[in-house]
Write a protein that binds this ligand. Structure first.
Ligand code: 13P
Length: 263
């Protein structure tokens, strides 16, 4: 299927709590020669906090962009163990993943908390990748649309149209994360089209066309192609398969060949 995409493709790796600073640098050295660079595909990596600075230093001059997996919603303060947006920015992070389902489930982050983080990240000049997605129970109860809309609207409250166009939305069905169960390309496309419709209703048609919506949940090189061919899937947020340079490079290069062949 020929997909005409005005939005850049994004292939992002979320390393979760894997890789030391040394391992992160080794990964970048191994990945860089394996990927073809292009301005049509953005290659993003989110290492743990301790690896952000060395990874960002090592990625300078490559097409790899480094970001964070989380941040605190305050600008600074007495919050033992927390990290603020400006600290991430100065360490070399350019984006931050917010509202990941593991943060929501394990660390009890709700939409209000995600919203405060989104506003703070935008203020600091970090691009938020805002994760939304329904649980298995919600999926089985046919509540996907209701859940996605509430998460989207509440997580992005107070974000006006222009900053909204600078966001990335990640659709990560919770039942697909780390389970080996990927949403089918049709299921994911349906969810992405719905999210785009909500963005149009909430902000504007321009914002809806500008915002990349990426898919995450058990993405592996073998089925990345079918997902990326869907018209509203602009990229992938990869967990397990982003931990090895060769499998991550296969996903990046595959996407590269799609956009290159489309000119
Ligand atoms: P897996 O690719 O390991 O399922 O993880 C997906 C994810 O949570 C990315 O943020």
């Amino acid at each position: 299927m020929a997909k005409q995409r005005s939005r850049p493709s994004i292939i992002a790796g979320n390393w979760k709590m894997y890789k030391t600073a040394g391992e992160a640098v080794q990964f970048i050295d191994a990945l860089n020669p394996l990927i073809q660079s292009s301005d049509k595909v953005r290659v993003l990596l989110a290492p743990p906090f301790t690896a952000i600075y060395p990874a960002a230093e090592r990625a300078k001059g490559t097409s790899i962009v480094i970001g964070a997996q989380n941040m605190n919603d305050a600008s600074e303060g007495a919050f033992t163990g927390e990290v603020a947006a400006l600290m991430l920015k100065e360490a070399g992070a350019q984006f931050v993943i917010l509202g990941h389902s593991e943060r929501r489930r394990i660390f009890k982050e709700d939409n209000g908390m995600v919203n405060r983080k989104v506003l703070r990240a935008l203020e600091a000049g970090l691009q938020p990748i805002v994760c939304i997605g329904e649980t298995r129970e919600e999926h089985e109860a046919n509540k996907m649309e209701q859940v996605l809309k509430a998460q989207l609207v509440e997580s992005l409250a107070g974000v006006t149209a222009r900053p909204a166009a600078q966001l990335v939305i990640a659709y990560e069905p919770v039942w697909a994360i780390g389970t080996g169960l990927t949403a089918t390309p049709e299921q994911a496309q349906k969810a992405h089209a719905y999210i785009r419709k909500c963005i149009e209703e909430q902000w504007s048609a321009t914002a809806a066309q500008a915002v990349p919506i990426i898919y995450g949940g058990s993405v592996k090189p073998d089925h990345a192609k079918a997902l990326m061919e869907q018209p509203d899937i602009d990229g992938l947020l990869v967990g397990g398969a982003a931990l090895q340079p060769d499998s991550f490079a296969r996903i990046v290069n595959f996407e590269q060949s799609i956009v290159t062949s489309k000119g």
